[in-house]
Design a protein around this ligand. Structure first.
Ligand SMILES: *[C@@H]1O[C@H](CO)[C@@H](O)[C@H](O)[C@H]1NC(C)=O
Ligand SMILES: *[C@@H]1O[C@H](CO)[C@@H](O)[C@H](O)[C@H]1NC(C)=O
Ligand SMILES: *[C@@H]1O[C@H](CO)[C@@H](O)[C@H](O)[C@H]1NC(C)=O
Ligand SMILES: *[C@@H]1O[C@H](CO)[C@@H](O)[C@H](O)[C@H]1NC(C)=O
Length: 448
């Protein structure tokens, strides 16, 4: 794979200084346990010296994440001889939120020794389209790849076909709860139920065979259907290589939802945020400051450009903007990073206009799991899916920008070079430790 990470000035005095230091680190470290090795690598002096000539991706990682052996290794735990009933997972929201719920539902089905029917992808008004599971994912591939992990059928047996499933409402349960206690009795009684998994479940208590079903189904068995994959491939082919896929989130509804205050935005952006606000008023005064310091405030395009520069990512890097249409203040980014491609610049106008939200989200996902590098300004559902898929495929140039590090540094009054150094330090630490690429449910860390 071509790499644009190796960009260095061969004769840079900074690099010449850094080499003896690096050697010293290497010579001193072999017998030192992991943690002190890490402390040496994390020495601020060392990295601020190397920084000016090296992209973040060139930093030596000390931890790598790989799929855990308990779901990749065979033989599998045998499936139960008799099913306890049929479960349909009903998924709502954006594409990646639906996928997350599907993943959870598969784990639950296996936990309860149930058979899964194809999930229902209920498309929220936001997407303005109707799209079932088969409209996004390759059904036959899904069934083939989950064989042995969990039972999945396309058609219900005759005696229950045509019946509506009994709906078990998991959302009413507060706190952590146990699916075997709550859902199994309804399953045994009705034989065909539908659920939408709740976030509060205790996945950590699952037996490994249920977790294995979840991991295999979610990360090894879902690929876009033929039509979407073809579109994705066309789009991918149109982007100059190598490129960085940037998931930048700064839409009016997202900013409004964050309840953060921004004083430096243009009047038209502030108006758009105000219009999206509803009854969620922004925090003010001390509460606003604390909220920001907790990392709750989305990074602006301008701040994103600053951090990318702090990570020594060249401003002429080819960037694909994996994002929706409504990003505010995008000029704050594109005035610095000038080589930015978007769906609307790459697709024909007809194609672009005809495309609905879910399709666009599927394309962004496809591009982002196939790009040389991926950076997200937020760790949302898409970023979690993309990070996991990249980890699965050994694509380690993946990073989630830290809103918290940025906010706490700026609140200390850091600006310019000092702020850039602080951004380098905190993101380097994340990158070295593989944070942000890690989904601890299905992936395990190994030292390098
Ligand atoms: C599912 O089957 C396994 C054996 O395959 C058994 O140990 C477990 O108790 C069963 N669980 C339920 C909820 O039926
Ligand atoms: C939803 O679709 C209808 C019909 O295709 C269209 O008239 C309407 O403008 C769309 N709404 C949004 C929010 O995109
Ligand atoms: C961000 O905005 C400030 C103030 O408008 C400007 O001075 C600065 O150059 C911008 N930084 C970037 C990276 O665009
Ligand atoms: C960016 O600039 C560097 C140095 O000027 C050059 O070597 C590199 O090819 C450029 N990259 C792109 C994608 O234009």
């Amino acid at each position: 794979m071509p790499s644009y990470a190796s960009w260095l000035h061969p004769l840079s005095p900074v690099l010449l200084l850094a080499i003896p230091l690096l050697l010293a680190v290497l010579i001193l470290s072999p017998s030192i346990p992991f943690s002190s090795n890490r402390a040496l690598l994390a020495s601020p002096r060392f990295f601020s010296m190397v920084r000016s000539s090296e992209e973040i991706w060139s930093v030596t990682r000390v931890v790598e994440w790989k799929p855990c052996h308990w779901w990749t290794d065979r033989p599998l735990t045998a499936l139960p001889p008799k099913t306890n009933g049929f479960i349909r997972v009903d998924c709502y929201g954006g594409l990646n939120q639906m996928r997350r719920d599907l993943c959870d539902g598969i784990g639950i089905a296996r936990l309860l020794n149930a058979t899964l029917v194809l999930p229902k992808f209920e498309v929220a008004a936001y997407w303005n389209e109707s799209s079932g599971f088969a409209d996004v994912f390759d059904v036959d591939f899904f069934i083939e790849r989950t064989k042995g992990f969990v039972d999945i059928v396309k058609e219900l047996p005759e005696e229950i076909a045509g019946k509506e499933p009994f709906r078990v409402d998991c959302s009413k349960r507060k706190g952590s709860f146990d699916y075997a206690e709550v859902v199994l009795p309804a399953l045994l009684k009705h034989q065909f139920i539908s659920i939408t998994p709740a976030m509060s479940q205790r996945r950590d208590r699952y037996p490994l065979f249920a977790k294995a079903a979840l991991c295999q189904a979610c990360y090894n068995s879902l690929r876009l259907n033929k039509a979407l994959e073809k579109k994705g491939f066309e789009l991918l082919s149109a982007i100059p290589k190598p490129f960085l896929s940037l998931h930048l989130r700064f839409e009016p509804d997202m900013v409004a939802y964050s309840q953060c205050e921004y004083n430096t935005l243009s009047p038209s952006s502030l108006k758009a945020i105000e219009a999206a606000r509803g009854d969620r008023k922004p925090w003010t005064g001390d509460a606003a400051r604390l909220w920001r310091e907790r990392g709750k405030c989305p990074l602006t395009p301008n701040e994103t450009a600053f951090i990318l520069q702090a990570l020594a990512i060249p401003t002429n890097t080819t960037i694909y903007l994996a994002a929706g249409d409504g990003i505010l203040e995008l000029e704050g980014f594109t005035s610095v990073y000038t080589n930015v491609h978007t769906k609307s610049s790459l697709l024909s106008a007809d194609d672009f206009v005809a495309m609905h939200g879910n399709t666009k989200a599927a394309l962004d996902y496809y591009i982002s799991i196939n790009s040389e590098a991926y950076i997200a300004t937020h760790f949302g559902n898409m970023d979690k899916m993309v990070s996991a898929m990249r980890t699965l495929n050994g694509m380690y140039k993946t990073l989630v920008l830290s809103r918290k590090a940025f906010a706490s540094s700026t609140s200390k009054g850091l600006v310019g070079k000092e702020l850039a150094d602080a951004m380098w330090e905190s993101h380097k630490e994340d990158f070295v430790m593989g944070r942000g690429t890690a989904l601890p449910d299905c992936f395990c860390e190994i030292g390098m």
